[in-house]
Design a binder for this molecule. Structure first.
Ligand code: DPP
Ligand code: ZN
Length: 870
């Protein structure tokens, strides 16, 4: 496959100041006519006079240049998927007509059908499946779009910008014209035609303009749009207040679509969302689902400035908009909810998902230097690590300067396509800081390891920091990074000690060298509270003893450090079981005082207590043991959970009963209580499932919940507890749940997902049966993710079944999906990324299964397979 390199970037040869699209939707015969105004780009000194337009899966019918119809062969040629017209003038108009087949488009890129509606997804390179165009983010054009369709089947016709015209046409058809006054790259183009229900509202901007808000979904889902609308209005107000960004069109629309590759898409004025990221109702959506809707609605809305008004020069700069926008949505969620809890959730996600990516075969810099398919780089590294890089800059500058710098960025680059360097330059200009070394964060892949050693001598506490970033594919040697380490020092009672003459109790050490020492005059050897707030995305190595960890967990004012201390205690206990020959029962005496202490304070913040009481996942534990023996890890984690469930059964019961609600409440405090209750039930169910306590009272309790649940969090939690622990009645409960929710696809995704995550190798057979279930659809990404991605990524004891059956299912699924939707296949293939860490027997089987896929794989899938296998 051809490789695209950042180093080869050239400005576009031609600009397209104006684009008029005419889309005639007819089942089986959709016609797209594009009228483009083109002109030579003065920034290209070499003045190429050949026009090259991207296209893909297009049936070209005619090409007209300045009113003259061109002849194929003589006047233009098709080279692979591209349209090439030699000898074009300085400025000209070009009209092309193509036929496309949205009905057959299962890749879900470009224009396609989903449940009877037409919709689009153009980022990153889907627009070329709609018409011939310079499909790159640095070509910004003013779009006017006219859609024609059957009025009965598609009463609603939407595109970007403002509606300017509409009317009836012959044969029961009609049209609508939309005009977007803001020049935009074609990846932000969108079109929707369908019969949809609408929730309407208004937002008045800070400067007093009324913006019409319209949320669309299938009619049956109209009652599930309120939370998204509420989240949208809060996002709009927040962006005005915190970033000074006002909305710019007269209308903002969101459409919910069932078949969608990503979570959502920030098309100008017409966001298109995966139903899973916009629909929410307490009866059908868990609390986690509500949180996700809030953050994704905010994320896509915030893109209107960080992404749309200021966009990316090329796809290597993807994190310019994504890292920054994730940072913005994280800050929004922090302001809407508990900041400490949101921070821990974000760090948990980064550490347990992005770190493994950064330490495996797919490791790449936040600004990659090359790719085969850009679709494969919509990654946790670009998004989540990218957000941490923006967060570090916001911390280095301080709130006020950071705001001045983002103001400068938006003002200076409004309407332009720019780079990560441009962003950092604004940070530097406002603050006077030199961020040249800091920029290595964008260029170097891998998780830096920060090793800290300490000594206490003559009234001085010395911390020595050593940073090292391990080699990653294509990057053997790394230079030291600029690493901000926020820290405090706690005395024997857990109180923070003054660190300087002004009595400050927290400081930020900014590391620049491979090895540096800092000294603090304190009266006695303290407990270090390091990397507070997770001030840099590094893997911290410090040899905490158990007493120090207990001190941090009990007394630290920093939410991250408390959670990290709990995690370290759990990891240490699990390591003693996995590698040390100890049993889960051996850990009880050491862990129960810690857990009891967290439970005793749980009232203060139930959501935080839930986080503190949650054991690391099997993947997280497995990533700390080489070679990886997934079954051994599974036995340790599930054994510890069951044993703690038994040892603390009374405490878990008190929590489970005490937190049980009689009526549903939707506020954050109630969500926190439900979360903690689920953790308690999870421990009890593990103990019951392992036969360590009598299952009867718990089964009765869970059955009660299932008979009259207050909300989906409770209902699904009870189902999961029964099914995952194979408690009496689990089959009947599954059947009843499946029957009750058979007409709610998002709930059925959960039903599939619960079954695909039952621990144990026999779940592979169960997953095979799910794939044959009448409600399973290979063309529906949410369903594919619910069964296959959860099995592969969240059920190690099944995926790594000793007989290799999980791998064979995985390979068959990849092959099948690759023919349907290569983006989804490639994303799923990342589930094989732990291959080289597996014990040799499993590694051999997984490698064999994946190697068989290479012949005939799509470009998307081939790139991931190559990385994993080579
Ligand atoms: N829709 C994806 C996102 O918002 C890609 N832009 O992150
Ligand atoms: Zn985004």
């Amino acid at each position: 496959n051809p490789v695209t390199r950042l180093a080869d970037y050239q400005p576009p040869a031609f600009l397209v100041p104006d684009t008029r699209l005419d889309v005639d939707l007819r089942d089986g015969e959709t016609r797209v006519t594009a009228h483009l105004k083109l002109e030579r780009n003065p920034a290209r000194a070499d003045r190429p006079d050949e026009l090259v337009l991207d296209g893909d899966h297009l049936d070209l019918r005619s090409v007209v240049l300045d009113g003259r119809e061109l002849a194929p062969g003589d006047d233009y040629r098709l080279e692979g998927p591209r349209l090439i017209i030699p000898g074009v003038p300085e400025a000209f108009s070009l009209t092309t007509e193509v036929r496309i087949e949205p009905e057959k488009n299962t890749a879900l890129e470009g224009l396609y059908r989903s449940n009877g509606m037409y919709c689009t997804q153009c980022e990153a390179e889907g627009f070329r499946r709609i018409t011939f165009f310079p499909d790159r983010p640095d070509v910004l054009s003013r779009f006017t779009t006219t859609i024609h369709a059957d009025k009965g089947a598609y009463p609603l016709l939407l595109s970007n910008g403002n509606p300017v015209d509409a009317g009836d046409e012959a044969d029961g058809r009609h049209f609508a014209t939309w005009e977007d006054p803001f020049p935009k790259p074609c990846y932000l183009f969108a079109l929707v035609a369908g019969d949809l229900a609408c929730l309407a509202d208004t937002f008045t901007t800070a400067s007093g303009r009324d913006v019409a808000l319209r949320l669309y979904a299938e009619h049956r889902d109209l009652d599930k749009l309120d939370h998204a609308m509420d989240s949208l209005k809060r996002s709009m107000a927040w962006d005005e207040k915190v970033f000074g960004r006002e909305y710019d069109l007269d209308i903002f629309q969101i459409v919910a679509v069932s078949h969608f590759n990503m979570g959502a898409m920030e098309n100008k004025g017409l966001n298109i969302f995966n139903t899973s990221c916009v629909l929410a109702h307490p009866a059908t959506t868990t609390d986690a689902g509500f949180e996700r809707v809030e953050s994704v609605v905010a994320h896509e809305y915030f893109h209107n400035w960080s992404g749309n008004r200021v966009t990316c020069r090329d796809w290597f700069q993807l994190s310019l908009k994504e890292g920054f926008t994730v940072f913005r949505d994280q800050e929004f969620s922090s302001d809407m909810n508990s900041r400490a809890v949101v921070r821990v959730e974000n760090v948990d996600f980064l550490v347990n998902h992005q770190f493994p990516e950064d330490q495996g075969p797919m490791a790449h810099p936040v600004r990659p230097a090359e790719y085969q398919k850009i679709d494969n780089f919509y990654t946790l590294t670009v998004y989540e690590k990218g957000a941490e890089i923006v967060r570090m800059q916001s911390q280095l500058l301080g709130a006020e300067d950071f705001r001045r710098a983002t103001d400068l960025y938006f003002e200076r680059f409004d309407g332009q396509a720019v780079t990560c360097d441009d962003f950092v330059a604004c940070m530097e200009q406002v603050s006077g800081l030199d961020l040249a070394q800091f920029k290595r964060w964008y260029a170097q892949a891998g998780t830096p390891v920060l090793t800290v050693e300490d000594e206490y001598v003559d009234g001085e506490y010395r911390l020595t920091f050593e940073q090292h970033t391990p080699p990653t594919p294509g990057q053997p040697d790394k230079a030291p990074l600029m690493v901000p380490v926020k820290l405090a020092l706690l005395d024997g009672e857990g109180r923070a000690l003054p660190l300087d003459d002004q009595g400050r109790k927290e400081t930020v050490v900014i590391l620049r060298e491979a090895r540096e020492t800092r000294a603090f005059p304190v009266p006695a050897r303290p407990t270090p509270s390091l990397l507070r707030g997770f001030s840099a995305p590094v893997s911290l190595r410090y040899d905490f003893d158990e007493r120090q960890l207990n001190t941090l967990l009990a007394h630290d004012s920093d939410g991250f450090c408390r959670w990290d201390a709990a995690q370290r205690l759990y990891f240490a206990a699990l390591a003693r079981v996995v590698d040390g020959g100890e049993t889960p029962a051996d850990q009880v005496a050491r862990l129960t005082p810690v857990i009891e202490q967290v439970i005793a304070r749980a009232d203060e913040d139930p959501a935080q207590a839930a986080l503190l009481l949650t054991l690391p996942t099997e993947n997280a534990v497995g990533d700390r043991h080489t070679p990886l023996h997934p079954q051994r890890v599974h036995a340790a984690v599930s054994g510890l959970r069951a044993t703690l469930g038994e040892a603390l059964a009374d405490a878990w019961w008190r929590l489970a009963e005490g937190l049980r609600e009689s009526d549903y409440q939707g506020d954050g405090a109630a969500m926190g209580r439900r979360r903690l209750r689920q953790v308690a039930l999870g421990y009890l169910a593990a103990a019951a499932g392992a036969g360590q306590v009598d299952p009867e009272p718990l089964v009765a309790h869970l059955s009660d919940t299932l008979a009259a649940p207050t909300c989906m969090t409770e209902e699904l939690g009870a189902l999961r507890a029964l099914v995952h622990n194979r408690l009496p009645g689990h089959d009947a409960a599954l059947k009843a749940f499946g029957e009750r929710w058979k007409d709610e696809p998002l709930v059925m995704d959960q039903w599939f997902g619960v079954q695909a995550t039952v621990p144990g190798a026999d779940t592979v057979d169960r997953a095979e049966a799910l794939l044959a279930h009448p409600a399973f659809e290979w063309t529906l990404p949410n369903r594919v993710r619910a069964v296959i991605a959860t099995l592969v990524n969240a059920n190690p004891s099944a995926f790594h079944a000793p007989d290799g059956s999980g791998y064979r299912l995985f390979a068959r699924a990849l092959k099948k999906l690759d023919g349907i939707n290569p983006q989804i296949a490639a994303r799923l293939a990342n589930g094989g990324a732990r291959l080289k860490r597996l014990e040799p027997g499993l590694a051999q089987q997984l490698g064999d299964a994946l190697r068989d896929l290479r012949p005939g794989a799509s470009a998307n899938l081939a790139e991931v397979l190559d990385r994993i296998l080579d």
